[in-house]
Design a protein around this ligand. Structure first.
Ligand SMILES: [Zn+2]
Length: 591
């Protein structure tokens, strides 16, 4: 590739959305949506079982149009806020748009309820005519049997504001105030959670231990309160979803959101249990590599090398684009499109949101990517990851705004795949053995954090929800968590007693119960796809491209099935773990 482009770090441009909060178009958008929602209300009477296909399609087409406009408003406020979290104007606009969004969804709730209550024959007739809206409508109707009456649904919505949501806000308010005192380089510092967590990847073993100890000291101190919040959330989840709506198990709610049958997730977790041994083998190897008899839980993210390899931004962009290009030129072109649109904000600035993300606002706009690029190999991998999300969205841009986004279990496909292509590229052009080792060990660190850790979290959530229903106390949950850790790590890692409080500090357990297995699902899926790619080369590409291009317009099991992947079989998941096993074997051979 003759890539003579120069990529520089600059703030992104949001001009494709609005020119600013004082742009008259911005205010006008609120009016258009409000009027659209009021007009939509007028369709209430026309929603009858024998509604004509044409009218039905024109109603949802209109719905999609103001959904797009809402996404623009929301996207603009959130991206402006991400670029400068200290900007009070942006803060206020995010809150304003959120409130507005909640009001508008209440105005359109009746459509959702009508559609779910519609008889099967008429639903089938309308689905036949619904084109690309089809899967959006199908996934809504999946909840048919678990939906209550409109007044009941409204009561739940209202009570959630002061119940589930309020508990979560309380949890966030309590924990966001925490600071963590720790001695670093002979100086006592007061750090945020993000800052103290970063220290567990430092090479000084005492510093790593101190980082965890200060974290747990603070959280364990409030465990009676945080644990009580968790118990209330779990009870609320059961009361609503099992007792009122009729779900069989607490996890089934999330499975239905993800459109994955319960047995698929049971199989995934069972196969995970059988394969914890690969990670345990990795931890024994890592202990040896860093000169310890047995790894402590404090050390699992310890670096094996003091690598100070850095990549200039332009160099990183070139490498990432080249690695995409080697897979398929189209991938590089799509990623370049995001650069060319000035939709990447990569510099580190005071007040800018930390971390990285890719935001797809509507199908007709290139996605926006936020990075905090500092030149470490991890930063290059993150660039590949987020651009992978961008490619996924652009591949699926011919869908409606309601069907473009891949569903959760497939959302990380292109991003993780992009990261793997990049690591292969970096390894291919790296002759320094220390840098290669560093890359490979980090890849396994990440695989652990995404696969084994999240699936064991998921097993704990199921245990905890059952225990809480039986009246378990907070200390009993901590005991159960410790048992969970012991089966996860076996005797490969020494687990200090304070780790029994780790579960109280996992925000997903509170905010989005049973969410975490999706990370493992996505990563294992990509491992197996990547293995197919290595085995088949070009022959593999069309199948993979089809998965991406489908976006969120097909059910995940069906979509993967078309590519010859059967997620209902244990063998499929075992294939992903076999790749992990091979990665560990390759690492052992590096010595
Ligand atoms: Zn991602």
């Amino acid at each position: 590739m003759t890539a003579q482009n120069t990529y520089t770090q600059a703030p992104w441009s949001l001009e494709d959305l609005f020119q600013g909060f004082d742009d008259p178009q911005y205010e006008a958008a609120f009016d258009v949506i409000r009027k659209g929602a009021e007009k939509f209300q007028g369709y209430r009477e026309q929603l009858v079982p024998d509604i004509s296909e044409d009218l039905f399609i024109s109603i949802i087409t209109e719905y999609e149009l103001f959904y797009r406009l809402m996404s623009r408003l929301q996207g603009f406020a959130q991206l402006a806020f991400a670029a400068d979290t200290q900007d009070q104007g942006a803060q206020a606009q995010v809150a304003r748009v959120d409130q507005f969004q909640a009001e508008v969804s209440n105005l359109t709730l009746f459509f959702n309820l009508w559609w779910k209550a519609l008889d099967d024959d008429n639903a089938a007739r309308l689905l036949q005519a619904s084109g690309d809206f089809r899967y959006w409508l199908v996934s809504m109707r999946n909840f048919k049997d678990y939906t209550l009456t409109e007044p009941e649904e409204k009561i739940i919505n209202i009570k959630d504001v002061t119940g589930f949501n309020a508990l979560n806000m309380l949890y966030d308010s309590i924990t966001n105030r925490y600071t963590f005192k720790i001695e670093v380089d002979g100086e006592v510092k007061e750090l945020t959670r993000g800052e103290v967590t970063a220290l567990v990847r430092e090479s000084d073993p005492d510093l790593r231990a101190r980082a965890y100890q200060t974290l747990f000291e603070v959280y364990a101190g409030d465990a009676p309160i945080l644990g009580q919040i968790y118990q209330a959330i779990a009870r609320d989840w059961r009361n609503e979803n099992l007792d009122l709506r009729g779900f069989k198990q607490p996890i089934s709610v999330r499975n239905l959101v993800n459109d994955l049958p319960d047995p698929v997730i049971e199989t995934l977790l069972e196969v995970t249990r059988q394969n914890a041994k690969h990670f345990q083998r990795f931890f024994r190897l890592k202990a040896k590599r860093i000169g310890m008899d047995v790894l402590r839980r404090y050390d699992i993210y310890a670096p094996v090398e003091k690598s100070d390899k850095r990549y200039a931004f332009n160099q990183a962009a070139e490498i990432v684009l080249e690695s995409f290009h080697e897979f398929d030129p189209k991938f590089a072109d799509l990623a370049k499109q995001i650069f060319d649109a000035s939709h990447i904000d990569s510099e580190v600035r005071k007040g800018k949101m930390s971390g990285a993300f890719c935001a797809t606002i509507t199908p007709d706009l290139s996605p926006w990517v936020l990075l905090n690029y500092q030149g470490k190999p991890d930063d290059v991998a993150t660039m590949a990851h987020e651009l992978g999300h961008g490619i996924h969205a652009l591949m699926a841009k011919d869908h409606t705004a309601l069907t473009q986004h891949a569903c959760l279990p497939l959302a990380e496909t292109a991003s993780t795949f992009g990261e793997m292509m990049l690591i292969d590229k970096l390894l291919a052009q790296e002759s320094d053995q220390a840098v290669r080792r560093d890359l490979l060990f980090r890849q396994m660190d990440d695989a652990f954090a995404t696969i084994l850790r999240q699936n064991y979290f998921s097993m704990f959530e199921q245990t905890a929800h059952e225990m809480i229903a039986q009246g378990a106390q907070v200390k009993d949950l901590a005991e159960a968590y410790m048992d969970n850790l012991k089966s996860e790590f076996g005797d490969s890692v020494d687990i200090a007693d304070e780790f029994r409080w780790e579960w109280v500090m996992i925000p997903h357990f509170y905010g989005v119960p049973f969410y975490v297995y999706a990370y493992a699902f996505g990563q294992l899926l990509v491992l197996s796809l990547y293995k197919q790619y290595q085995a088949e080369g070009a022959a593999f590409k069309p199948r993979y491209m089809d998965i991406l291009a489908a976006g969120g317009s097909v059910a995940p099991v069906e979509l993967l099935g078309r590519a010859g992947i059967d997620v209902t079989r244990a063998e499929f998941w075992q294939g992903g773990f076999d790749v992990i096993g091979e990665m560990v074997t390759a690492l052992e051979a590096l010595e």
